[in-house]
Design a protein. Structure first.
Length: 296
């Protein structure tokens, strides 16, 4: 029989284990037109998390040597190159070696999902995407106010998104999803059909995505940036037209389970959250009530 002294020692050890562990680190990837460390966007998010989870380590991914490069790479650097850079950053960060949670904002959401699927040897626990365009976009209603070439960008996407020179040099073209020309999308888009396992099933992509504890998708019900908004929950237009929207659960992607999302959903790993804001607009109170639980 265990002595009282031994029992007390085990009890103290349990307390230390429960209270002494450092918080799970966090990786953040910003959206289009933003940078890793903008004090009014990602900086604000970091401060909010740090206030609620003291001592948490946060790596806000910087894709480039300078802030300007980080911003411009979000428009002009091929996504595959960005994923490679992000993979190298994460692997080189000793603070992330034992695993981390991840939050992606707008296009940073699908980029972090690609990181989870394509970067071998990392341990992403929970993935949270805010307004991520997981099925892409078909429409480009507005850009951040800081971007001056929005009209040109919109025109290029509307007329020439699948031309090789555009695919190779314009990030947003790589998740342009034209439901009226499905075969062209599948054959000429160099990013989205690949990470969504639409042309062929990459078992490693599927297994790595399914290794997540939780995949949390946040939709902004009054989003004026993403068309269709359903993409934020992995839904999209029904193929062949651009009016009727189908949910993830209604899609062939789900029914065939070629990406493993149906199995994840049935296992309780998919979390669908919504807030009645415009693109990336939410309150601290909403964040604390709905998101913090996946960061602790």
């Amino acid at each position: 029989m265990m002595s009282r002294l031994s029992t007390a020692f085990v009890f103290i050890q349990a307390i230390v284990l429960c209270t002494g562990a450092d918080p799970t680190p966090l990786v953040i990837w910003h959206g289009m037109g933003d940078s890793c460390c903008n004090p009014f966007s990602m900086g604000s998010i970091m401060r909010m998390v740090e206030n609620e989870i003291p001592g948490i380590y946060i790596n806000s991914l910087k894709i480039g040597d300078t802030t300007t490069a980080d911003i411009m790479n979000g428009f002009l650097k091929p996504i595959s190159d960005q994923i490679t850079m992000a993979c190298e950053i994460v692997k080189a960060d000793a603070n992330l070696a034992n695993g981390f949670n991840a939050m992606g904002f707008s296009q940073g959401g699908q980029f972090l999902r690609a990181l989870a699927q394509q970067c071998d040897g990392i341990q992403m626990h929970n993935l949270i995407t805010f307004g991520g365009q997981h099925q892409g976009v078909y429409g480009f209603p507005k850009c951040p106010s800081s971007v001056t070439f929005c009209d040109s960008l919109r025109q290029i996407l509307n007329t020439a998104a699948y031309r090789p020179v555009v695919q190779d040099h314009l990030v947003q073209a790589e998740y342009w999803h034209d439901p009226l020309h499905v075969n062209e999308y599948l054959s000429k888009n160099i990013f989205l059909p690949d990470i969504n396992n639409e042309n062929k099933v990459n078992e490693e992509y599927k297994q790595r995505l399914q290794a997540l504890n939780k995949f949390v998708m946040v939709r902004f019900n009054n989003d004026t940036m993403v068309e269709p908004v359903a993409s934020e929950w992995f839904g999209f237009y029904t193929p062949g037209q651009d009016e009727e929207v189908q949910s993830l659960q209604e899609s062939d992607l789900y029914q065939t389970d070629q990406l493993g999302l149906k199995a994840m959903d049935e296992a309780g790993k998919l979390v669908f959250l919504a807030t009645d804001g415009d693109h990336l607009q939410f309150t601290d109170e909403w964040f604390n009530a709905n998101i913090l639980q996946y960061l602790k």
